[in-house]
Design a protein around this ligand. Structure first.
Ligand code: DOR
Ligand code: ZN
Length: 355
């Protein structure tokens, strides 16, 4: 704990070692420029998802994307983008060696083909990439997993649990030296699996899955801005995620999965999956931790455990949050690319001290 006030329940000020976001979508071009300041004000580093169109599949593409991100960091802020590559059926073991040697590619992302936004080029069958997974194990490059089956006969609310049973148990057995992150877990099954798995298996948890259950999708009508993948689950699962996030277990750490889509792509007859939380990310986690009187656990979850898992140094500077209610704007940006942020027009209980 850093704060003289002890970051305890009832505190009105929280001083945290600068947090990192271990799962973030920044997109590219104009959208990148409009969303990056929100993250760079709150987080020192972030693991950048590679699901652009076309996806970031090579170290050279990641180098160029990293430079575009660095060029978009607002003056006066320091932000380190930690790059990832998108696994396809044709990723080669040689690309893994290049990733390791690059020093700036920190992981590879596995999307089951068809599971989510821009996943069409994802892996069609995990068995096809066994050689690549073996290379990742040898080079000690982490595997980031979108853990949902794409089998249309499986109920959408069960796809995480079925992925664990059909695929993840085997992966963990067959690649005991491969560090893996089950991204954005949404169920008690996911939390329990990671808790019981060996130390090379970890998980990220989003703020929205800590704050909402699936009722939020239908509160007074259909709510496209609460639609993400994996989809929100029952209250009992939210409670299990809160227990995992606040329990002081270093296998669970912060990953927002903040995923901007323009308003028109969400408010549509076939709305995109993704919730934008970067504008209030650490503040929303503070709300969630406060709900279960665990503010004293926030710093380790947000600032220590992820860095330790990725074998990167912990940050040493700090950010300050104050308990001061503010209202989230109705939208971020203007024109056709405007994004509706999480809690649009609604209050958030914590605020960055210099906001
Ligand atoms: O809700 C989501 N949005 N889940 C994902 O897996 C992808 C993400 C996106 O890129 O929009
Ligand atoms: Zn994501």
């Amino acid at each position: 704990m850093t704060s003289p006030a002890g970051n305890a329940a009832g505190a009105s000020r929280l001083v945290l070692i600068h947090p990192d976001d271990w799962h973030l979508h920044l997109r590219d071009g104009k959208v990148l420029a409009s969303v990056l300041p929100d993250t760079a004000r709150r987080f020192a580093r972030a693991i950048i998802m590679p699901n652009l169109q076309p996806p970031v599949t090579t170290v050279e593409q990641a180098r160029a994307y990293r430079e575009r991100i660095q060029a978009a960091v607002p003056p006066g802020l320091r932000f380190d983008p930690l790059m990832t590559l998108y696994l396809t059926d044709s990723t080669s073991p040689a690309e893994i060696a290049r990733a390791k040697a690059s020093g700036f590619v920190h992981a590879l992302k596995y999307y089951p083909a068809g599971a989510t936004t821009n996943s069409e080029n994802g892996v069609t069958d995990l068995k096809r990439i066994s050689g690549v997974l073996a290379a990742m194990e040898i080079h000690d490059v982490p595997l980031l997993i979108h853990g949902e089956v794409t089998d249309a006969t499986i109920d959408v609310f069960d796809r995480e649990a079925v992925f664990i049973e059909r695929h993840l148990e085997r992966l963990v057995r067959e690649f005991p030296g491969l560090r893996m992150v089950l991204e954005h877990i949404t169920t008690s099954t996911g939390a329990q699996f990671v808790t019981e798995a060996p130390g090379n298996v970890a998980a990220t948890i989003t703020a929205h899955h800590l704050l909402l259950n699936r009722n939020a999708l239908f509160a007074g009508g259909l709510r496209p801005h609460h639609y993400c993948l994996p989809v929100l689950k029952r209250e009992q699962h939210r409670q299990a995620l809160l227990a995992a996030a606040t329990g002081g277990n270093p296998k669970f750490f912060l990953g927002t999965d903040s995923a901007p889509h323009p308003r028109h792509a969400k408010e549509s007859d076939c709305g995109c999956a993704g919730i934008y939380t970067a504008h209030a990310a650490i503040e929303l986690y503070a709300e969630a931790f406060e709900q279960v009187e665990a503010l004293d656990q926030l710093e380790a979850f947000a600032s220590f455990y992820g860095a330790d898992f990725y074998r990167l140094p912990r940050n040493i500077d700090t950010i300050t949050l104050e308990r001061r209610t503010w209202t989230v704007p109705e939208q971020i940006g203007v024109g056709p690319e405007a994004i509706v942020p999480f809690r649009a027009n609604q209050p958030v209980a914590w605020q960055l001290a210099d906001a």
